[in-house]
Design a protein around this ligand. Structure first.
Ligand code: ADP
Length: 271
């Protein structure tokens, strides 16, 4: 029972005939697992379908708005402002839909790639350099580690944490990403010099659509999905994520992941 997790429900069935006195209990336990599994699958499918259906009208709206702006360069300033707002918000909706779709598909992603973290962190720093420069934030990396998993998903996990560390930092602040490799576990830490996360919210921030300061978060275009995706990815790889430390001087978010060797078989079959 202690090993039951969202991503391993189907593998947790117990032998119903091992001890005859417990047969009814084992059977009920297995049936409960099945019901939970079906409920979670239905939830994922609904999210996936809804996000998928939203993509087409959104893409159409975006294309039409861009076409209109290109064909009417001399509109009144108020109209131009209105169009820019519409484009910006449609782009936000598109990003949100994309993340929701990704989240509903996570279980199907293969997780058997060998990943070296230091070069990945460097790549993420390059991608985030324009945002960091705009706010005069220095990015530093430390350590290295090797694991087995999905390259794209682990990239996304580190990217989201580093992007948050930049977004919720103070101008002129700094961000440090460190990787410590143990024998069986890898510890990734993302530290910033931002305003911190109040203790009461330190668990809620990993829930979908949760934002501490809605107006500030919206300013950066966030929907509150970044950290819940981080949580799902860590969990899917057999790891976990938590706020290690946070005060008005800054925040450290830690992620523990299994250190991978070639013999690890974390891969899943794509149906
Ligand atoms: P968002 O898209 O709003 O950034 P996230 O899921 O990534 O959504 O984060 C949820 C909320 O947690 C954010 O809106 C922000 O209030 C808070 N948060 C996340 N990372 C940090 C951080 N490094 N420092 C302070 N607050 C943070």
């Amino acid at each position: 029972m202690e090993q039951v997790q969202l991503n391993n429900l189907a593998d947790m069935r117990i032998d119903e005939d091992a001890i005859s006195e417990f047969r009814q209990l084992s059977r009920s336990f297995n049936q409960m697992l099945e019901r939970l599994n079906n409920a979670f699958a239905a939830q994922r499918q609904f999210t996936g379908n809804a996000a998928h259906e939203l993509r087409t009208p959104l893409a159409l709206m975006q294309a039409q708005l861009e076409l209109f702006s290109a064909e009417h360069p001399d509109v009144l300033p108020e109209t131009a402002e209105f169009l820019a707002l519409l484009r910006e918000q449609t782009e936000r909706l598109t990003q949100m839909t994309k993340t929701l779709l990704e989240m509903s598909n996570l279980q199907q992603v293969a997780r058997n790639e060998r990943i070296q973290l230091a070069p990945m962190v460097e790549e993420i720093f390059t991608d985030l350099a324009p945002l960091a420069e705009k706010r005069s934030i220095t990015l530093t990396a430390e350590g290295d580690g090797i694991m087995t998993g999905s390259d794209a998903l682990i990239y996304r996990l580190i990217f989201n944490l580093t992007e948050n560390a930049v977004k919720y930092n103070r101008p002129g602040g700094s961000v440090r990403v460190s990787v410590t490799q143990g024998l069986e576990k890898l510890l990734l830490r993302v530290s910033d010099t931002g305003c911190g996360i109040p203790e009461v919210y330190q668990r809620s921030i990993f829930q979908p659509f949760f934002r501490v300061d809605k107006s500030r978060s919206r300013e950066y275009g966030g929907a509150g999905l970044g950290l819940s995706l981080v949580w799902e990815i860590a969990n899917l790889h057999g790891g976990s994520v938590w706020v290690e430390e946070s005060s008005d001087k800054g925040t450290t978010i830690a992620v523990e992941l299994p250190a991978g060797t070639e013999s690890d078989s974390l891969s899943v079959d794509i149906p």
